[in-house]
Write a protein that binds this ligand. Structure first.
Ligand code: NAD
Length: 355
């Protein structure tokens, strides 16, 4: 049983903690937080021992009625691995703490690539993280792009990727972010930094990306154009993507015309926090012109990286091979939408219980 600590219990951290707890081969031994906000109370309810990320603030937890198990360095010393889910840039500052205790760590996509030995996406380069001490799970957008590029590259070869990323202004809780009423080329300079980030997973890939930010909190939407190595048909590409467990090819006829309906689908299906761990590709959008493939996909920024963190732990401790790890993660979380699009996560859990 791998003993996991989570440092930074916000949007990503709280999801990582629940995902780790759902696995049979790892457990949460504590989470570190800076303040006793509502998420701290939720963590306590879920039974996660609470550690003070900033020792001087420990009394604030006691005042809020939250028992503190210790300070963050005790959690780091105790854990087999830390999943650092602190805001961008803080992870890099924390690396020294992890090194001091010889505790391996996973960082998130907000950190620059050189924070870790390896940038990771389970579908694309699982084995690169084997036995690594420091791994970075790439950002939500890079995860979303990698999951599409990997099967296309394997099946047809990829000559060039061009992607326009229409990004949500902030997460639902980030009420200080925007724009509120604008459409921002962001970054204005093209190509954007997202392409080079994808190259941390596919070093030889030709890719140009453009970014925008819009007044939305639900999901990102990507418009993709991929020049493939050979002529293909849209039907063939669709079949290929339908075989990917972490890609949901949205069938025609369901009336899912945007990110809002996707989120409704997830909430109706009883998914925790309305999470959509899968890339959501509109089947109808898959179009081919010679070797040029086009498609639209939506990416739930708050949750697509969560299964990847679980798989990164298994890779780092050499617990399972890529296929088995991804299958186990997916079954335990209920990842994968196929067949009857309602109640899919119950079904996935029941299947696992029968094994
Ligand atoms: P967040 O702000 O929701 O959560 C971060 C948490 O860390 C907060 O609870 C904050 O109080 C806490 N924190 C701040 N300083 C700390 C410290 N010194 N020690 C411990 N905890 C501290 O941020 P997030 O959205 O969960 O992002 C975390 C990381 O995940 C970032 O690298 C981000 O780029 C990446 N990421 C975010 C998203 C997303 O859409 N939210 C998607 C993919 C990756």
């Amino acid at each position: 049983m791998i003993r996991v600590g989570v440092n930074g219990y916000g949007t990503i951290g709280k999801r990582v903690a629940d995902a780790v707890e759902a696995q049979p081969d790892m457990e949460i031994i504590g989470v570190a937080k800076t303040q006793p906000n509502f998420e701290a109370h939720t963590a306590v309810k879920r039974g996660y021992p609470m550690y003070a990320a900033i020792p001087e603030r420990a009394p604030l937890f006691a005042e809020a009625g939250i028992e503190v198990a210790g300070e963050v360095d005790e959690l780091v010393a105790e854990a087999d691995i830390i999943v650092d889910c602190t805001p961008s840039g803080i992870g890099e500052q924390n690396r020294e703490l992890y090194e001091t205790h010889h505790t391996p760590a996973i960082f998130q996509g907000g950190e620059s690539a050189d924070v870790a030995d390896v940038s990771f996406n389970a579908r694309s380069n699982f084995d690169a993280a084997r036995d690594a001490d420091y791994v970075r799970v790439v950002s939500c957008n890079t995860t979303g792009l990698s999951r599409i590029i990997a099967p296309l590259e394997e099946e047809y070869g990829v000559e060039k990727v061009r992607a326009t990323l229409v990004r949500r202004g902030g997460d639902p809780g980030q009420n200080s972010r925007g724009p509120i009423n604008d459409i921002l080329p962001n970054p204005i300079k093209v190509p954007s930094h997202h392409g080079p980030d994808v190259k941390t997973i596919f070093p030889d890939l030709e890719i140009d990306t453009l970014g925008l930010k819009v007044p939305a909190t639900l999901m990102h939407v990507h418009a993709l154009n991929v020049t493939l190595g050979s002529d293909v048909t849209g039907a063939h590409v669709r079949q290929l993507l339908e075989q990917e467990d972490r890609v949901y090819v949205i069938p025609e006829g369901l009336g899912i015309d945007g990110a809002g309906k996707l989120k409704d689908l997830a909430l109706d299906a009883g998914r925790p926090r309305g999470d959509l761990w899968e890339n959501c590709v509109w089947g109808e959008s898959i179009g081919v012109n010679g070797r040029d493939l086009y498609l639209f996909q939506a990416i739930h920024q708050e949750s697509d990286v969560i299964p990847e963190n679980v798989d990164a732990i298994r890779a780092m401790f050499d617990l399972k091979d890529q296929k088995d790890s991804m299958a186990l993660t997916d079954r335990q979380l209920g990842v994968g939408i196929s067949g009857d699009p309602s109640g899919f996560s119950e079904q996935a859990r029941a299947e696992f219980a029968d094994d």
